[in-house]
Ligand binder design. Structure first.
Ligand code: GLY
Length: 324
């Protein structure tokens, strides 16, 4: 049995200071373990509020965490005002909207699509990859061909508004991803259902004005999303290159498995980026839930927030951050 003591003894807590500071905000561990299991959903950024509502509709009607995690993020994929996810997503530098998404269930099954064009709901294609193929990931034309074979329809995803923003960008053509871009980015969602099972989803149009063919963390199992139903789940948002280099969502869940709280694990995964990479100009946020339903969040910069829904109450919470 892993305990907080073995977590610290094994040296995975980055510093004693981190452990001390997170103890106070994590609360009493015995208290946390006593909490009853109730359906719960958390998701990244302001757009997590409507996404949680859709997920809650399923969870509160005895639905599964997997169904909730898919249906929840579909709300944001379909929203043209959300310019970092699905329909209306900002294009790459050549004007192509290319989408990445992945999903994981409580049995450890995973499905993913990457560099997918012309399909409004990549998360549902990712689920089909998980359920209907012997594979985990399909990309580009192969993913599109598979989606069409499953009955998905091709649609124009570049809206007039996103096209206007891209045309404005082309004047300078400078690739400078904005931190906390208008308070949204990838939507990552973690759901726990009435049986205590965990599932997660993650979907994005990726970095605006990226190179043609660029893929970030969001479709990569272990980078953008990881679920271990025995211990916890984590999702990531922000500059995908940093999570790819540290396999951040897997790291968060692995630290939970070794005895860290969800909060401590998110802080340690951000610390790993700070220790190893050039981090100052980029935002990364992690959001996690352990098997007991305790949540954690941490980011490099201020400005990352997430939506948490339990007992029908949906609220936005500001994450703490490494840079104050
Ligand atoms: N986190 C989204 C991306 O970097 O593509």
């Amino acid at each position: 049995m892993n305990t907080r003591r073995t977590f610290l003894k094994n040296g995975v807590a980055v510093t004693a200071g981190l452990a001390m500071s997170t103890m106070s905000c994590s609360g009493n561990r015995k208290e946390q373990k006593k909490r009853s299991k109730k359906p719960k959903v958390i998701s990244t950024w302001n757009h997590g509020i409507p996404a949680n509502e859709a997920a809650w509709e399923i969870l509160s009607n005895q639905g599964t965490a997997l169904d909730a995690a898919e249906k929840g993020v579909m709300v944001v994929e379909a929203d043209p005002k959300s310019t970092s996810v699905g329909y209306g997503g900002l294009p790459d530098r050549d004007g192509n909207v290319t989408l990445d998404a992945c999903i994981m269930d409580h049995l450890g099954n995973a499905g993913s699509v990457s560099f997918l064009q012309s399909i409004k709901h990549p998360i549902s294609v990712a689920r089909k990859v998980m359920e209907e193929t012997p594979h985990v990931m399909l990309v580009g034309d192969g993913a599109l061909e598979f989606a069409l074979s499953q009955g998905f329809q091709k649609e124009e995803l570049l809206t007039e508004e996103s096209k206007k923003q891209w045309e404005k960008w082309k004047v300078e053509s400078e690739y400078m991803p904005a931190i906390n871009s208008e308070n949204h980015d990838t939507i990552g969602m973690i759901c726990q259902d009435q049986d205590g099972n965990l599932s997660g989803s993650c979907t994005t149009s990726g970095a605006a004005y990226k190179m043609y063919g660029r893929v970030g963390d969001s479709p990569i199992i272990g980078a953008g999303l990881y679920v271990d139903n025995d211990h916890g789940a984590a999702v990531a948002t922000g500059m995908g290159e940093l999570m790819l280099k540290t396999l951040g969502s897997f790291l968060v869940v692995e630290l939970i498995r070794q005895g860290a709280s969800a909060q401590e694990a998110c802080e340690a995964a951000i610390q790993r980026i700070v220790d190893k990479l050039d981090y100052k100009s980029f935002q990364v946020g992690y959001l996690a839930m352990d098997k007991a339903g305790n949540t954690g969040a941490y980011a490099i910069h201020p400005g990352f927030n997430y939506a948490e829904m339990i007992d029908g109450n949906n609220q936005l919470i500001d994450s703490r951050s490494f840079i104050k």
